[in-house]
Design a protein around this ligand. Structure first.
Ligand code: PDD
Length: 297
């Protein structure tokens, strides 16, 4: 049986119990992070911690955890569940209180986390690509906060899956917002990479930011601006990014092939660039004297 983390302790999942009066359960008054684990190590953990802290501040949660607690929970689950590749999901709710729309100060947050083994580097859709259906964005006005209010995304994804599509890109007035759990990118006919600029209508993806950096390092021009469904259908390439997939090529939007209907070259170099950066051995400065010492011995 897998180990999970609940309020300071690692325990068997069957032992983990949360109150029925938890505001996460009653109001989705709750935030979360999903961090990739590759080769037994968390990826971009600092950025996930920063986003968690921001979500807590935006919702006025009492006691955001420290970075070392956040890191310790990840290490505990990686070791406890012998996780080599996959994700750690961590959720924090405002806490337990009598049901009331007004929340009061002083609640102790509930913190729950679990891990899940997954193929990220060798994701099955990374080579074949995904088919996207556009669908109206049914979400609230603060999509920049990573809350567990995911009913709109869940309904939308289930509907498009049942109609033979892999995922939906959520739209408003013909503009693409983002995927149900990923950020959307297109490549225009000049080879410029375009992704929506940050605002309250999308989530600031950790992978989105890393991919923008990698794209610039590889010499691509990146424009952060809104784009339309028509622009996406006429694009040379399209792809989406998230923690659990890195990047996946979009080969079809609403039944129209994107480009030649195959994973594009820009996508391929970005995905490879991301993986190379991740797997590149890092020089840890405080280990240098040790190896110098060893060389002299
Ligand atoms: N989803 N946009 C939305 C709406 C998301 O839910 C996510 C992540 C992203 C990508 O963010 P990141 O690169 O930080 O994973 C964008 C996670 C993976 C989930 O809900 O499981």
């Amino acid at each position: 049986m897998a180990l999970v983390y609940l309020n300071g302790e690692l325990m068997d999942e069957a032992q983990a119990k949360i109150s029925v009066f938890d505001r996460g359960f009653l109001f989705a008054d709750s935030i979360y992070e999903v961090t990739a684990i590759i080769n037994g190590r968390p990826v971009y953990l600092d950025d996930h911690f920063k986003r968690l802290t921001r979500s807590c501040q935006e919702l006025g949660f009492e006691a955001p955890m420290t970075q070392s607690e956040f890191s310790g929970i990840h290490q505990g689950l990686i070791m406890g569940n012998d996780l080599h590749e996959g994700v750690v999901y961590l959720q924090m709710t405002r806490g337990v209180a009598e049901r009331n729309f007004t929340y009061f100060e002083g609640l102790a947050p509930t913190v729950f986390a679990f891990s899940k083994a997954m193929d990220i580097l060798d994701h099955p859709k990374a080579r074949s690509g995904i088919k996207i259906k556009t669908a109206p964005d049914l979400r609230w006005a603060r999509c920049d906060i990573k809350t567990t209010q995911l009913t709109a995304q869940s309904m939308t994804k289930t509907t498009v899956n049942r109609n033979g599509f892999d995922d939906a890109w959520m739209t408003k007035d013909g503009w693409v917002m983002e995927g149900t759990s990923n950020n959307a990118f297109i490549v225009d006919d000049r080879g410029v990479i375009i992704t929506r600029d940050l605002s309250s209508v999308i989530l600031a993806g950790v992978t989105r930011m890393a991919v923008i950096d990698i794209a610039k390092t590889l010499g691509f021009t990146v424009e952060e601006r809104a784009f339309t469904v028509t622009e996406a259908q006429n694009a040379r390439e399209a792809f989406c990014t998230s923690t659990s997939t890195i990047a996946l090529p979009v080969i079809e939007i609403d039944g129209e092939p994107v480009g030649r209907g195959n994973p594009g070259d820009v996508y391929k170099s970005i995905r490879q660039g991301f993986i190379d950066a991740l797997l590149r051995p890092k020089v840890v400065p405080n280990q240098m004297p040790l190896s110098l010492k060893q060389m002299r011995e």
